[in-house]
Design a protein around this ligand. Sequence first.
Ligand code: ZN
Ligand code: ZN
Length: 321
Amino acid sequence: MSTQMDIVTQSYQSPPKQKSKTISNQYIKASQTKHFLLYNVIPALGTVIAIASVWWYPISSVEIGLLIGMWALTMIGMSLGLHRYFAHCAFKTSQTMRVILAILGCMGAQGAVISWVAVHRRHHEYSDLSGDPHSPNPELLKEGILGKLRGLWHAHVGWLTNHEYPNPMYYAPELMRDKTISKINRNYLLWILLGLIIPTILGGIIHGSWIGAIEGFLWGGLVRMFVVDNCILSINSFSHAFGTHPFDSKDKSRNNIWVAIPTFGESWQNNHHTFESSAAIGLKWWQIDLGYCLIWVLEKLGLVWDVKLPTEKMIEARKLT
Ligand SMILES: [Zn+2]
Ligand SMILES: [Zn+2]
């Protein structure tokens, strides 16, 4: 059942102020670079190889199916799981669903569940201000076309190896205390490998050949990682730079239709930064939000409940015009 709650209020308990908000050391810096090379650069190179390989091995409906299927699975993990459920507590669900969402979210290879949530909560706390890990921030936006490009580059790519690491004990204490989620978090690499092995095996079985397995690995694994990467990163960059700003969200977030479908509706960032714990990010009928469509279905099936949505009165109250 949907509940109309005061979703402007932060939905998680902030711990005592004395905890440091960020952690900075050489190990973290090296880990950021390693993560970037493994899970951003290699999928990008894999995508180039996959496209080049079409000359010798034309892709079929199998590769397209594996790409779309794995994209959908990992976007469910990222959008419904890491973002709307773990970071914003936009609905409640069972322990089994929590585990599934956490594993699918880790498969997206954008950071283990606890780190991802910590980075994201810090993004909301400092949205488009100094301290936001990934914003095409306002200073750069003022500097004309070159500044705009620098800001977009930072929000899309640069921040991945160059951001302060938010202290998970400050930003995600309830997940740090959760033994099951901590265990899933520790096995991050395993879930990423699972996301590569599944399309490889399926490609091999369906085509009945090793070439089929390699094609499955490339299209359902590396190309899918590259696509999901850029879907999520486009929310940081384009949806904080281009589009409309109908709500008083106190930041530069924008509603952007262009990437609404591939991002599962996450691109309506101005809506999201205004009603951050709302399970629905698209707030009008035409604002495509595949993530909320799925939450709606899961709610009807009884698999999720206490789905948070803003009331019409709340939406009206935050409108700028
Ligand atoms: Zn944002
Ligand atoms: Zn958010």
